[in-house]
Design a protein around this ligand. Structure first.
Ligand code: ATP
Ligand code: MG
Length: 560
């Protein structure tokens, strides 16, 4: 294609709301255009990239044996009532009424629709397993849309749903999907990790997230430095530790005045935060519980939620009504249940609140204190890996995919049964598998850019090569050579962009570099005098003169 026939609205400045590099570069290179908060149009270059990503996903999904379907974005409320999610799903679900006042929603995901299809068309165990996928628009009314298409309200997802007679069959497809996702992300040229997104406590690996490693990632993921253990920070499960505590010091109550935070107390008493115990008060229904953690650890609210159900932090007034002293709460005389994190319960001679205003205890120990133990904290760098091998390293990740063993949650509620081998009805077992297609583009850019712009991997670049002729509109020799080369590339099936604009070379170079086109050939009168064209790769500063007659073969040898 020729640049003059295309809309490529590149711009020097990024909009103010673009905080991360991929958002800035996607706007600046003219891939996308903002319509409203969390809503973006894909411009011609953006569509080319999007289609490449989609095609890689489609090919690999087809190879895995999955079948493509396309389900409506608008979904009737009845289906969501049947699954029970109409009431459970919060304001992320955009609901509306049609002209007959019937309730609908825009699909944030498609479990309900596919399970409804399965209940209609899957009748016999002989049809199973089956895996259906689509590449379709999703709508989630995200509370804080941000980072461009990384967290938008409307986005494209590849979602797949599989149906099985039993867990073994689900596990087989799940493993195939895991491999398929690796093939997809390998082909997309991403540096990624598959991480456990479930503690696996129910047996087997029931959920994995695929994360692209990037500093801008919203998730923290933990890796062992010695094994292939990897998990979302929230999902790292710790077990009870051996208690080798041998208390040495005797407890003392010390004046700490207005020091209420762990930082201040540790500094004041000249001890490490890891030598302090902090106590938080939570409210579950009408009941209160005290949670004790090591001073340098953070509470993991998901773990607490899994243990005790919905909870909130007690307010100052509630803490007062329990006769506890905020900032000085300790482990003694609390009058409510005390739950101690596994790594706090093995501490000895520690600092904690004295349950007296302006006082803390030093040399405190757990003897004579009644408590239960649990895993209620987030992992920190340097923790022992839960698989017993090595220590944890923490990195930032962008979640681009998620595979999940659903079990019978939807098939039971929506009666997706088949006749089993014995002639009796069997509820199907389901898996679901998502990839954030549009988020993948942003994630790729987060890993591939420099100060000039995007450096697209060839597999998803809008064009494989750009031809930049200098004085295309003035020099008939340059025009002739450029047109000739362009035609040779087209005839060989190479995706080539010819920059036929009447622009200065600097502008043409800058635009193609901003867009991240992997290969560039420059044709000028000077080069032509020597029978050459000049080649440069986007990811390499070196410029190479290539004989005009060898240009096609040269490029073909470079392309994947
Ligand atoms: P997140 O935790 O990032 O909100 P999620 O757990 O809600 O993601 P899933 O429901 O598993 O995501 O959706 C599958 C995939 O869709 C995600 O792995 C992600 O790549 C993509 N995705 C989810 N929400 C968005 C969004 N608002 N914008 C773009 N892509 C998204
Ligand atoms: Mg989400």
């Amino acid at each position: 294609m020729k640049t003059t026939n295309l809309l490529i609205p590149t711009q020097k400045e990024a909009p103010n709301d673009a905080q991360i590099i991929s958002h800035q570069l996607m706007i600046r290179s003219g891939l996308i255009s903002k319509l409203a908060s969390g809503l973006y149009s894909y411009l011609p270059m953006g569509v080319r990239v999007l289609q490449k990503v989609e095609n890689i996903i489609r090919q690999e999904m087809n190879n895995s044996g999955a079948q493509e379907v396309l389900m409506p974005v608008a979904q009737p409320a009845e289906l969501w009532q049947e699954s029970g999610r109409w009431d459970q799903y919060g304001p992320e679900l955009l609901r509306f009424n049609d002209r007959h006042n019937r309730e609908f929603c825009l699909g944030p995901t498609h479990e309900e629709v596919i399970t409804n299809l399965a209940s209609q068309y899957l009748r016999s165990y002989k049809q199973l397993p089956m895996n259906f996928y689509q590449i379709q628009t999703k709508f989630r009314d995200e509370i804080r849309p941000r980072f461009g298409v990384m967290r938008s309200r409307e986005f494209i997802m590849k979602d797949a749903y599989s149906f099985h007679l039993n867990q073994d069959s689900l596990q087989q497809t799940y493993d195939i999907m895991h491999k398929t996702y690796c093939n997809i992300f390998d082909r997309l040229g991403l540096e990624y990790r598959s991480v456990l997104a479930d503690s696996g406590s129910i047996g087997g690996d029931r959920s994995h997230e695929f994360h692209v490693l990037a500093d801008s990632g919203e998730d923290a993921i933990c890796f062992s430095d010695e094994s292939d253990y990897a998990a979302n920070i929230e999902k790292v499960a710790f077990s009870k530790q051996d208690n080798n505590c041998q208390a040495k010091s005797t407890e003392e109550q010390v004046l700490t005045k207005k020091k209420t935070s762990i930082e201040d107390v540790a500094e004041f008493l000249n001890v490490d935060k890891s030598q302090c115990v902090k106590t938080l008060i939570i409210k579950i229904g009408d009941n209160f519980k005290a949670l004790a953690l090591r001073g340098d650890h953070d509470l993991n609210e998901i773990k607490v939620n899994n243990l005790f159900g919905d909870f909130e932090f007690a307010s100052d007034d509630e803490i007062k009504s329990l006769e506890l002293k905020k900032g000085f709460i300790g482990i003694k005389g609390l009058g409510i249940d005390l739950v101690v994190d596994y790594s706090a319960s093995v501490m000895c001679d520690f600092v904690c609140g004295a349950n007296e205003w302006d006082h803390h205890l030093t040399g405190a120990n757990w003897q004579d204190i009644e408590f239960t133990e649990a895993d209620i904290r987030n992992a920190v760098e340097g923790d022992k890996s839960p698989d017993g091998k090595g220590r944890l390293v923490i990195k930032r990740g962008i979640e681009v995919g998620h595979i999940f063993q659903l079990g019978t949650k939807y098939s039971e509620a929506m009666k997706a049964n088949v006749i089993g081998e014995s002639g009796k009805a069997v509820t199907t077992t389901m898996g679901c598998y998502g990839i954030g297609v549009t988020r993948v583009i942003a994630a790729s850019i987060e890993q591939n850019y420099d100060d000039r712009g995007i450096i697209f991997p060839e597999a998803i670049a809008p064009f494989q090569i750009v031809i930049v002729p200098i004085n295309y509109n003035k020099s008939t020799r340059v025009k002739g050579l450029a047109d000739d080369l362009y035609q040779q590339f087209l005839d060989s099936g190479i995706e080539v962009l010819l920059d036929d604009r009447k622009e200065r070379a600097g502008i043409m170079f800058a635009d193609s570099e901003l867009l991240g086109i992997p290969h560039r050939m420059v044709i000028s009168d000077t080069h032509a005098d020597n029978g050459n064209v000049e080649y440069k790769a986007r990811n390499n500063a070196e410029k190479i003169d290539v004989k005009f007659d060898d240009a096609l073969a040269f490029i073909q040898s470079k392309l994947i």
